[in-house]
Design a protein around this ligand. Structure first.
Ligand SMILES: C[S@@+](CC[C@H](N)C(=O)[O-])C[C@H]1O[C@@H](n2cnc3c(N)ncnc32)[C@H](O)[C@@H]1O
Length: 279
């Protein structure tokens, strides 16, 4: 999956005590979060007295050309967008705040199969890994895929800092570009493509998704760029998922979005709908 234009992305590094000595080490460390082909697009800039406070970057006014930048505070890597809004991937915090409903009522648990445990799940669309964590907490094993190089970098940093790092295997790219031996086929494929055209109706559109949206405008992938191309590639991905999974494919949509294909059944709540394809 190629980027439409490979612009430079600025990474601001906070004030390090012995900056000249540490800069190279830190730069190498941060560079390694990203896929190799993207590493030459990173531009590191020293940023003294910059920090993230209450979810906003402070100490640095971003110009309107830099609608998206990254900030590394020495530990966490932050994606920063409009109005200085900043996010990093904190998987332990996600795990703490996840609302997992009681057994049998949780819609994702139903979509996966309420009596199942230890399923092998491929999450085709890692994003923030929130849904992956949800599935791990329901007792399943997850391998995730992320195709956007910047999101992949944020996730590698998030995993490194979390207690989930041994539990999620994260791959860069699209599952359909990998080959899987029969013994490695998953029981479940989980697919949550972004922006199905109804997000504005869901009042709780999370801050992360808003920042991802800005990132996709700044550094778009070919498949995300044109609505028709996106629809076609979602259908191709679903067909691939149906040929790969052994038990079920689950597609997450907003409640009013069209299904990619008629599902076997649906689980709908106020905010989401799971289209489940039973194999
Ligand atoms: C809606 S978000 C997924 C949100 C995720 N379920 C969560 O819990 O945060 C979609 C993410 O999947 C990525 N993506 C979309 N289609 C993909 C594909 N075919 N292969 C790999 N990654 C994909 C996007 O770059 C984006 O990060």
């Amino acid at each position: 999956m190629t980027l439409l234009n490979q612009k430079t992305i600025k990474i601001y590094l906070n004030d390090l005590r012995n900056y000249d000595f540490e800069k190279e080490l830190i730069q190498d460390k941060v560079t390694e979060y990203f896929p190799q082909y993207f590493q030459s697009s990173l531009q590191f800039i020293k940023a003294p007295n910059v920090s993230v406070t209450r979810g906003k970057l402070v100490g640095l006014e971003l110009s309107c050309i830099d609608t998206i930048v990254l900030f590394f505070d020495g530990v966490a890597l932050w994606l920063v967008g409009k109005d200085q809004e900043a996010m990093s991937v904190d998987l332990d915090e996600i795990a703490r705040t996840l609302k997992i409903h009681q057994k049998g009522v949780d819609p994702l648990l139903r979509a996966l199969g309420a009596k199942e445990s230890q399923l092998r799940v491929f999450d085709f669309t890692a994003g923030t890994l929130r849904d992956s964590i949800h599935m791990i907490k329901l007792g399943h094993r997850v391998t995730a895929f992320e195709r956007h190089p910047v999101i992949f970098g944020l996730l590698q940093n998030g995993l490194e800092r979390s207690s989930f790092r041994q539990m999620i295997h994260l791959n860069f790219g699209e599952a359909k570009n990998f080959t899987f031996e029969d013994s490695l086929r998953p029981d479940i494929v989980y697919y949550d493509p972004m922006f199905d055209g109804h997000e504005e109706k869901s009042a709780k559109s999370r801050k992360e998704m808003e920042l991802f949206h800005q990132l996709f405008l700044f550094l778009p992938l070919e498949a995300e760029y044109l609505v028709d191309a996106k629809k076609l590639e979602e259908k191709i991905t679903l067909d691939f998922a149906l040929s790969l999974a052994k038990k079920r494919v689950i597609v997450k949509r907003t409640p009013k979005a069209e299904s990619l294909k008629p599902p076997t059944f649906q689980m709908t709540t106020k905010a989401v709908r799971f289209d489940v394809y039973q194999l």
